[in-house]
Design a protein around this ligand. Structure first.
Ligand SMILES: NC(=O)c1ccc[n+]([C@@H]2O[C@H](COP(=O)([O-])OP(=O)(O)OC[C@H]3O[C@@H](n4cnc5c(N)ncnc54)[C@H](OP(=O)(O)O)[C@@H]3O)[C@@H](O)[C@H]2O)c1
Length: 219
């Protein structure tokens, strides 16, 4: 198994160009406990600081980049939407198949910890397709021999996006109103800042806690 080097933690971040992933990248680069940060992206980044290694990869052939998975921890913020992907199958390919393959390769390389952003309703047996896909991704990661798996289950993500997303934008407008009604067991459905999710991911990426852990955002 990979062990954190005395010189610092080595992290692989996937989904670094997204809302949560962008915040994660900033945190990982700023945090001195991380000595090296690698990202897998599908388009080049404009700015590459010294601590960062960028691999522009073909996500259909992640096995070609297995040598780059020479890290202690993987943080995965991959995801798409039905409308961006174009079909339910294309959505599932990103949110389940890519995540499962990344985790399989990481486990085969002896990576210790896998930190995944999932979603609040994730359940492989859910009648809701989105939740089922998220649940299957979680299950695929959880069955691998990592020392620690952290599954973060946010509700609606708040934060500034480059592109408009009509359903999400409506949800954000109404967030202060409907959050007010979400108490007790429903509090996990409150919207959460993407920045908060990213900060929790980076904290968990440093944690020695072992086992499979599910994290909600209900404060
Ligand atoms: N949006 C919400 O309210 C919400 C709520 C709960 C959970 N989640 C989940 O939280 C996670 C992070 O969400 P987010 O809003 O930060 O995501 P996001 O902004 O849409 O970013 C997604 C990341 O995945 C990458 N990606 C998308 N399609 C890809 C493809 N076909 N091949 C390779 N990479 C691809 C994107 O790369 P590019 O930049 O190249 O497109 C980007 O880096 C996702 O799994 C999402 O399902 C979201």
């Amino acid at each position: 198994m990979a062990v954190a080097q005395p010189s610092g933690i080595r992290a692989l971040l996937v989904g670094a160009t997204g809302l949560v992933g962008g915040h994660c990248l900033g945190e990982l680069l700023y945090d001195k406990e991380f000595s090296a940060v690698t990202v897998f992206v599908r388009r080049p980044l404009e700015w590459i600081p010294p601590k960062l290694t960028v691999h522009v990869v073909n996500f259909d052939h992640l096995e070609n980049y297995i040598e780059a998975i020479n890290v202690d921890v993987v943080l995965c913020c991959l995801g798409t939407t039905h409308s961006a992907a174009g079909s339910p199958e294309a959505f599932a390919k990103v949110d389940h198949i890519y995540v499962a393959e990344l985790a399989r390769l990481a486990a085969s390389r002896g990576v210790s910890r896998f930190v995944l952003v999932s979603a609040v309703g994730a359940d492989p047996a859910s009648p809701v397709f989105y939740n089922r896909v998220k649940g299957r991704a979680e299950a695929a990661v959880s069955e691998l021999p990592f020392k620690a798996v952290h599954l973060l289950r946010p509700s609606l993500l708040l934060g500034q996006r480059w592109e408009p997303r009509s359903a999400e934008d409506w949800g954000k407008q109404l967030a202060p109103f409907w959050s007010w009604f979400l108490w007790g067991p429903l509090s996990r459905y409150r919207p959460v800042e993407a920045e908060t999710v990213a900060a929790r991911m980076v904290e968990l990426a440093k944690s020695d806690l072992e086992g499979i852990h599910i994290h909600y955002f209900n404060s």
